[in-house]
Design a protein around this ligand. Structure first.
Ligand SMILES: [Zn+2]
Length: 479
C-alpha cells in the first residue's frame, strides 16, 4: 500500500490514591452515587483546591519509569468546557510546563523490542459521570454522579511513533503492567482506571509530513484499541484512494457494531481557552523528593523479565508468566533465595501456586503458603528426600490444613526411602511374589522391567526413590 499509518496514544491513568487530587474525599470506585463529594470537588463557589502530595509522588514514579525529564516547576491550568458532569465548567489540568516531558518507554511486541517516545505526562482531575444504564435511572433520564470529580489522573501522551495497531495495543498492555508494578494504578480498563484515546493519520510512504488526524475514543479493552485503529486506518485509506479529504474529527468506537462513528469535529487546544489556575501556586519538585521515590522504585517489568532469562536461565515463557504480576514475581524471588534449582522453583510457581490461586480465587498474599514454607518443601525435593508426586500431595494438604509442608512430611513419615537395604528388601519381596513374571523376564521379555519398578514403588507406598529402585533392580536382575 502506498500509505503509511501514523499512530499516537493519549492514556489516562487513574491514580489509586486514598483521596482525591484537590480535596480529602475518598477516591475509591464503586461507592453509592454522590456520597464522596465536598464543596471543592463539586466546584461550589469559594472552595479552594489543595494539591495531594501523594499525586506528586506517583507522578515522579511514572516519570522515572518512562525516562522523562521532570520540570522543577510545573503549572496547573483551567481547561474550560461545558458538560453536565463538570460542575465547575472547567477541569484543572496542565498545559504549559506539564509535570514531565521527553521520555521513552521500551517494550516487547510480537516483532521484537520497540521504543516509543513519550511527549509529556501531566496531572489533572477527572470529571463526574453521566449515568444512563442503571436500574434506578428511568428510560428518558440521565443522572449525574459526581463521585469521580477530582479523582487524580495522569495523562501520558506518546509521540506518533506507532505504525501498526498491534504496536499500540502492545504498548498499552506494557503500560498497564508498568503502572501496576509501580503501585500507582490498578490498571482495570473495564472500570475505567486506564482509558486510551488514539490519534490516527495516514501519509504517503516516505513522506515526513503528517496527514490530517482523527481521534478515536471509547476503546475500553486492548482488543478494542487494536480493532478500532485498524478500522480507522482502512477508512482513511479508502477516503484517500477516492481522493476524498480526511476530516479532523473525533470518532467513538462502537464495539457492538465494530465501527467508529463520528462524535464531533475535532477540537483544537484554543477551543478550551486554557489559562493558569489562579487558585493553585506553581508546583515545585525538589531533587530530594525525586531521590526518595527513586530509592523505592521496583525493578521494571521488561528489565525483570530479561534478568530472569539471562541470569536465572529461565525460558522466555516462564519469565513472561512469572513477571506478569509483580506480586507473583516477588513470591518467586523469595522462593529463589532458598532454592538452588530455579527451573524447579519456576515450575512450582507456574504450576501448583498459580493453580491454587485460581482454584481458591485469591490473591497471592492471601495464599496459605508463604514462599519460605514452599522453599522448605522444595529443598526436600532437591535433596531427593521426597518425590515430586508426593511433594504435590503434601503441598495440597498443607494448603488445606495450614500446616507447614515440611512438618506435614515428618508427621506422616513421607520422607522418601533411599536407604539401600530397605529398598533391597522390598525388591526381594516383589520378585518372590511374581515368579511367573520373573521367569518371563529371564526368558527375554525385558519389557517387564517397568512392571517390577511399578510394583516396588507401589509396595513402598510411593515413597521409594524411583531412580534408585531402577539401579538396584537392574543389578539384582542381572545376577
Ligand atoms: Zn471533595
Amino acid at each position: 500500500m502506498p500509505y503509511e499509518s501514523v499512530i499516537g496514544l493519549e492514556v489516562h491513568i487513574q491514580l489509586s490514591t486514598a483521596t482525591k487530587i484537590f480535596c480529602n474525599c475518598p477516591a475509591q470506585f464503586g461507592a453509592q452515587p454522590n456520597t464522596q463529594v465536598c464543596p471543592v470537588c463539586m466546584g461550589l463557589p469559594g472552595a479552594l483546591p489543595v494539591l495531594n502530595e501523594k499525586v506528586i509522588e506517583f507522578a515522579i514514579s511514572l516519570a522515572l519509569a518512562s525516562n522523562c525529564r521532570i520540570n522543577p516547576c510545573f503549572l496547573f491550568a483551567r481547561k474550560n468546557y461545558f458538560y453536565p458532569d463538570l460542575p465547575k465548567g472547567y477541569q484543572i489540568s496542565q498545559f504549559d510546563l506539564p509535570f514531565c516531558e521527553q521520555g521513552h518507554i521500551g517494550f516487547e511486541t510480537a516483532a521484537g523490542l520497540f521504543t516509543v517516545a513519550i511527549r509529556r505526562i501531566h496531572m489533572e482531575e477527572d470529571a463526574g459521570k453521566s449515568v444512563h444504564a442503571e436500574s434506578y435511572v428511568a428510560a428518558d433520564e440521565t443522572l449525574i454522579d459526581l463521585n469521580r470529580c477530582g479523582v487524580p489522573l495522569l495523562e501520558l501522551v506518546t509521540e506518533p511513533d506507532f505504525r501498526q495497531p498491534e504496536q499500540a495495543s502492545a504498548f498499552l498492555m506494557y503500560l498497564r503492567q508498568l503502572v501496576r508494578y509501580l503501585g500507582i494504578c490498578d490498571g482495570n480498563m473495564e472500570e475505567g482506571s486506564l482509558r486510551c484515546d488514539a490519534n490516527v493519520s495516514l501519509r504517503p510512504r516516505g513522506s515526513a509530513e503528517l496527514g490530517t488526524k482523527t481521534e478515536l475514543k471509547n476503546m475500553n479493552s486492548f482488543r478494542h484499541v487494536e480493532r478500532a485503529i485498524a478500522f480507522e486506518i482502512e477508512r482513511q485509506q479508502n477516503l484517500l484512494r477516492r481522493h476524498e479529504p480526511v476530516m479532523q474529527e473525533t470518532l467513538l468506537w462502537d464495539a457492538a457494531h465494530q465501527v467508529a462513528q463520528p462524535m464531533r469535529s475535532k477540537e483544537y487546544s484554543h477551543d478550551y481557552r486554557y489559562f493558569p489556575e489562579p487558585d493553585l501556586t506553581p508546583g515545585r519538585v525538589t531533587p530530594g523528593q525525586i531521590d526518595k521515590v527513586r530509592a523505592r522504585m521496583p525493578e521494571l517489568p521488561l528489565a525483570k523479565k530479561t534478568r530472569y532469562i539471562e541470569t536465572l536461565d529461565l525460558p522466555a515463557y516462564d519469565a513472561a508468566v512469572l513477571t506478569d504480576d509483580i506480586r507473583i514475581a516477588e513470591y518467586f524471588e523469595t522462593l529463589c533465595r532458598h532454592v538452588e534449582d530455579k527451573k524447579l522453583a519456576s515450575n512450582w510457581v507456574m504450576g501448583e501456586v498459580l493453580r491454587a490461586l485460581k482454584e481458591q480465587d485469591v490473591e497471592i498474599d492471601q495464599l496459605k503458603m508463604t514462599p519460605e514454607s514452599l522453599a522448605g518443601l522444595l529443598q526436600q525435593v532437591e535433596k531427593g528426600a521426597i518425590s515430586h508426586t508426593l511433594a504435590k500431595k503434601v503441598f495440597a494438604e498443607s494448603l488445606a490444613t495450614g500446616t507447614d509442608p515440611v512438618v506435614l512430611m515428618q508427621q506422616q513419615g513421607l520422607s522418601q526411602v533411599t536407604d539401600e537395604s530397605a529398598l533391597t528388601d522390598i525388591i526381594q519381596d516383589v520378585l518372590k511374589q511374581h515368579p511367573a513374571e520373573l521367569a518371563d523376564y529371564r526368558a527375554g521379555k525385558e519389557k517387564l522391567f517397568g512392571f517390577f519398578v511399578g510394583q516396588v514403588m507401589r509396595a513402598s507406598g510411593g515413597r521409594a526413590d524411583a531412580k534408585k529402585v531402577s539401579e538396584l533392580l537392574r543389578t539384582r536382575l542381572s545376577k
